[in-house]
Design a protein around this ligand. Structure first.
Ligand code: BES
Ligand code: ZN
Length: 462
């Protein structure tokens, strides 16, 4: 078994490095913010850009409209006996605000200190694009791919992939594959290639508390009227007990025990709480008692306030009793919790603890299933070999606190194992100002993924 990235592929990627970067920067200049209707035109333009970039390298591609943002699918099935891989990524990005906190504008990609700064650089345009270029390296140097490839790029990942599961189910035949490979996550540390063993799921809610029909003078009415802001605060305070455990009845019922070997592996990763304290500029960590920090982040569920709104928030003081209050709350879920069941439990709990005198409405915004990897089989073996060769280091198995909603659907609907190999890095500022992708990881990622297909072809199907 060869243990190096083939020289023709390496040479191609090296010789075309400048052009490849120019193309990536073109992609990054499109403000494809899926959450904002004002960017619908840009989001569509990004889909067209992806389609064109696939066609340019010899992959047949088509745009499929959905009730939301379109899906792009590229197909190359000219390797008769070889396995088929489905590569997934997303071309949409998070909103860039607050703009004044960016060192350079979010949609004007800039390289500083070996980092490509731009909204979507690492999440996920850079990681999607490195796959397309790895495929180009094969097609341009050898005129073919060693495996059959389907590329699917969606435009709604950052808003919950609402229409994608339906699309995958409807297009099961088009998308049929032996394995799914996704790069939309981070490595554990610089130079340390990582394969993800799990993702958390998500159940996202908006809670609205309504009291009097309008804001009231807090002197004339305060004391006799139930204050919606206080009522909301009370409700939110019932979500956890004093040990940081979630106190919503039934919340943990479906939580599956973790394999002790995976927990052991997690403990062996080079990690210290100090890193996280420094990275986030806090003076202490919090959370659920009885678990290590990585366990709290990767294998335990959460229930967190994401936003709060009520009353007077302008300059100075205004004596007012607010008519309403609102909170956005998201629960990150772990196998085998189910977003729909969590919704029922949360609603029942809130109905029980909500005080009289206010009306409480709970609305579900979106959800996604949690996921745990099998971590074995030919695609995993190939991924390990390719990462080891490209980075010169044995890959580690990590977990992830974030969510990629479609992962569980791919596994269920297509019956194919999913491998998550990410090339982000800690501190990459995904979803935040000054998002960046390591330029080094972008390059090594292309080489690793180019090698992956040679290895997977060698290993054959399941
Ligand atoms: N790339 C992330 C998922 C992720 C986050 C992987 C952190 C590794 C580390 C993805 O684009 C994302 O942000 N997903 C959303 C999904 C949600 C909107 C349903 C998330 O986790 O918040
Ligand atoms: Zn994201």
């Amino acid at each position: 078994m060869s243990s190096e990235v083939a020289t023709d592929l390496q040479a191609f990627l090296r010789d075309h490095d400048e052009r490849i970067h120019e193309e990536l920067f073109d992609f990054l200049r499109i403000p494809s913010v899926s959450a904002k209707a004002e960017h619908n035109g840009d989001t569509k333009r990004a889909a067209e850009w992806v389609k064109a970039s696939l066609e340019k390298i010899g992959i047949t591609a088509r745009i499929y409209p959905t009730a939301g943002h379109p899906v792009v699918v590229g197909e190359w099935r000219n390797a008769p006996d070889a396995p088929t891989v489905l590569i997934y990524g997303h071309y949409d990005v998070q909103p860039a605000e607050p703009l004044d906190l960016w060192t350079s504008p979010p949609f004007e990609p800039t390289v500083r200190d070996g980092k490509i700064f731009a909204r979507g650089s690492v999440d996920d345009k850079g990681q999607l694009f490195l796959h397309i270029k790895a495929l180009e390296a094969h097609l341009a140097t050898r005129g073919k791919l060693p495996v059959n490839v389907v590329v699917i790029a969606e435009g709604e990942e950052e808003v919950g992939s609402e229409h994608l599961a339906r699309f995958v189910a409807d297009q099961k035949q088009l998308l049929r594959a032996d394995a799914v490979v996704i790069s939309d996550s981070a490595m554990f540390a610089p130079g340390l290639p990582s394969i993800l063993s799990s993702l958390r799921g998500l159940a996202y809610f908006e809670i609205n508390v309504e009291g009097p029909s309008s804001d009231l003078h807090s002197g004339s009415y305060g004391g006799a009227i139930v204050n919606p802001a206080m009522a909301l605060a009370r409700i939110l305070a019932t979500f956890h007990d004093e040990n940081g455990h979630i106190a919503i009845p039934g919340f943990y019922d479906k939580v599956r025990e973790w394999d002790p070997r995976i927990r052991e592996q997690m403990r062996s990763l080079p990690y210290s709480d100090k890193n996280l304290i420094e990275e986030t500029s806090v003076d202490a960590l919090g959370g659920e008692r009885g678990y290590t920090t990585l366990e709290k982040l990767w294998i335990r569920p959460t229930c967190e306030v994401n936003g709060l709104l009520s009353g007077y928030t302008g300059e100075g003081a205004k004596t007012v009793l607010p008519a309403k209050a609102m909170a956005k709350v998201s629960c990150r879920l772990v196998p085998d919790q189910d977003p729909a069941e969590i919704e029922k439990l949360l609603k029942a709990h809130i109905a029980k603890v909500a005080p009289k005198g206010v009306t409480v409405r709970v609305e579900t915004l979106h959800g996604g299933q949690p996921w745990r990897a099998e971590l074995n089989g030919p695609i995993y073996d190939a991924a390990r070999t390719a990462l080891r060769a490209a980075f010169g280091k044995e890959p580690v198995i990590t977990g992830e606190g974030g969510s990629i909603p479609v992962v569980g659907d791919f596994e269920k609907i297509l019956g194919a194992p999913v491998v998550l190999v990410g090339f982000g890095l800690p501190g990459e500022n995904a979803h935040a100002p000054d998002e960046w992708m390591s330029d080094e990881n972008f390059r090594v990622g292309m080489r690793a993924m180019a090698m992956l297909w040679d290895e997977y072809a060698k290993n054959g199907k399941r």
